[in-house]
Write a protein that binds this ligand. Structure first.
Ligand code: AMP
Length: 271
């Protein structure tokens, strides 16, 4: 199949130049056996048997809704990056996902765009003290950046986005949570504080995203994340992104994800 190698334009620089190189060097996609939610067991062999499929190269062909496509068009994003082309269909299907990709590859849109469509399609209302989608990131800066993207992409919907992280007023966080939140972006420490204060409960969460999981583990948040994942229902879709994949992360993936589809981007091609 002829691969669409449309470039993003000569104006692109910095992280987006990295994206341009990644689009041009898209690696094969792997896909595994059909999804089943139970049981959650520690078993290194659970990652799916790889099958080769071909990249899809337009946002329209990925099955996203018109409001989300309109938001992309207003940003002049015409071509999905490799992580977007591979992750979006998986996320739309609700299957767990393990994405090994660095910042600058477009992974925020890869999980946020299809999540917005899933949240809108499920039509549920956020209950007081609960969130429907939970995104956990290691730093305030990253959490703020993800929330900003979420607000932009969700502007055609009625989804309410909130951010909670250390260094801000926990009183204000509690007020935000009291109304119920569709998309909650947070750092792990502040989320645990809010749970201990009974200001947040995870029992209505539909989607969990652990972003830059390797960094969160390096910062000593493994136990907190174990606890958070245990508080979720079994039907929650879980997506984990990490720039690197050390051995201790594989053990965590076995505890936190269920038969994930695995996507590894070979960023060396663009370096
Ligand atoms: P991220 O890896 O999510 O931090 O994204 C890196 C940068 O690429 C951000 O400035 C995004 O807004 C931008 N970006 C994301 N997806 C695309 C795309 N498909 N085309 C062009 N730029 C994009």
């Amino acid at each position: 199949m002829q691969r669409d190698r449309t470039h993003l334009g000569s104006r692109i620089s910095g992280p987006r130049r990295c994206l341009e190189r990644l689009i041009a060097s898209s690696s094969p996609i792997t896909r595994g056996a059909p999804h089943s939610r139970r049981p959650l067991r520690a078993n290194p062999a659970r990652c799916a048997r790889p099958l080769k499929v071909f990249p899809i190269t337009t946002f329209q062909s990925l099955g996203l809704s018109q409001p989300v496509l309109d938001a992309l068009a207003s940003k002049n994003y015409t071509t999905p990056t490799p992580i977007q082309a591979q992750a979006i269909p998986t996320v739309l299907s609700g299957r767990d996902l393990l994405g090994i990709a660095q910042t600058g590859t477009g992974k925020t849109a890869a999980f946020m765009l299809p999540s917005i469509d899933r949240l809108v399609a499920s039509g549920k209302k956020a209950a007081p003290g609960r969130c429907r989608m939970l995104v956990i990131a290691p730093t305030r800066e990253l959490a703020a950046q993800i929330a900003e993207n979420a607000k932009f992409y969700a502007r055609g919907s009625r989804l309410h986005v909130a951010t909670v992280f250390g260094g801000t007023s926990i009183y204000k966080n509690k007020q935000d949570m009291a109304k119920g939140v569709d998309i909650l972006v947070c750092t792990p420490g502040r989320l645990v504080d809010l749970m201990e204060n009974r200001a947040v409960s995870l029992d209505a969460t539909e989607i969990l995203v652990l972003d830059e999981a390797d960094q969160m583990m390096d910062m000593g948040f493994s136990e907190d994340m174990d606890r958070l994942v245990k508080d979720l229902g079994e039907s929650v879709a879980r997506w984990l992104f990490s720039a690197t994949f050390p051995r201790h992360l594989q053990m965590a993936v076995d505890r936190w994800l269920d038969k994930p589809r695995e996507i590894r981007l070979d960023t060396r091609a663009g370096s």
